[in-house]
Design a protein around this ligand. Structure first.
Ligand code: ZN
Ligand code: ZN
Length: 220
């Protein structure tokens, strides 16, 4: 019950992560494998109730426990947070939910190159290969193509208006990407999450698809 309410509350993402860790930590501020497994099992009840658990690697928590702990015997808060910030597949729906909520009322000083919406409302997607190329979330989710822009291009997702530092950084990236071939992007798809899967599960079924790199909510 506590886990469920925490996940669905309006709190900040990092506060949620910290609180969840506190639920399983012993007096030495450490959690063991079993406690971590129980927590992940509880967390997965949210996508499970919605019938979406398969999309996040299934209800088997083993691979996630292994991914989080690695070679460790027990877990500290800092390591748990660092793992969550990579957005592991089984839990990626939670930060995505936060970004969607944050983007709901966001206005971006940019025009969608596909449907011409201006300003873009919601999530904004900027191409890191074409200069001055943006898409609104509807066009991006529908995979609409426009002259010159390809699905293989790396995209940057924004849930809030960009700063001049980010604009400059993206411009530099686009400049560098200009010199990379289409094959380079096919070979190096950027994933928006940390893949978590067991060796026993089917290979191709869950092969990760390239998705836009998200921006870090906590840094803004
Ligand atoms: Zn659009
Ligand atoms: Zn492009």
């Amino acid at each position: 019950m506590k886990v469920g309410l925490t996940l669905l509350s309006r709190g900040h993402l990092e506060d949620k992560y910290r609180y969840l860790f506190r639920l399983i930590a012993d007096p030495q501020q450490k959690a063991d494998q079993r406690k971590l497994g129980l927590l992940l099992h509880d967390i997965l009840q949210v996508p499970r109730q919605l019938g979406e658990v398969a999309a996040f690697g299934g209800s088997n928590i083993e691979p996630s426990v292994r991914s989080c702990l690695g070679e460790r015997e027990d877990l500290e808060a800092a390591h748990f947070l660092a793992w969550l910030k990579q957005e592991p597949q089984s839990l990626v729906w939670l930060p995505v939910l936060h970004r969607l909520a944050a983007a709901e009322s966001a206005k971006h000083q940019a025009k969608c190159n596909s449907c011409k919406q201006y300003p873009i409302i919601g999530l904004r997607y900027r191409c890191l290969k074409c200069f001055n190329f943006d898409m609104c979330q509807n066009c991006f989710f529908a995979g609409r193509l426009t002259k010159g822009h390809k699905l293989s291009h790396p995209m940057q997702e924004y849930c809030s208006a960009t700063t001049s530092v980010e604009d400059m950084r993206d411009f530099t990236k686009a400049l560098k990407n200009k010199f990379k071939s289409k094959r380079y992007f096919m070979k190096h798809p950027r994933m928006g999450y940390l893949p978590v899967r067991s060796v026993l599960e089917g290979d191709e079924l869950e092969s990760p698809v390239a998705s836009p790199q998200h921006n870090d909510m906590h840094s803004r």
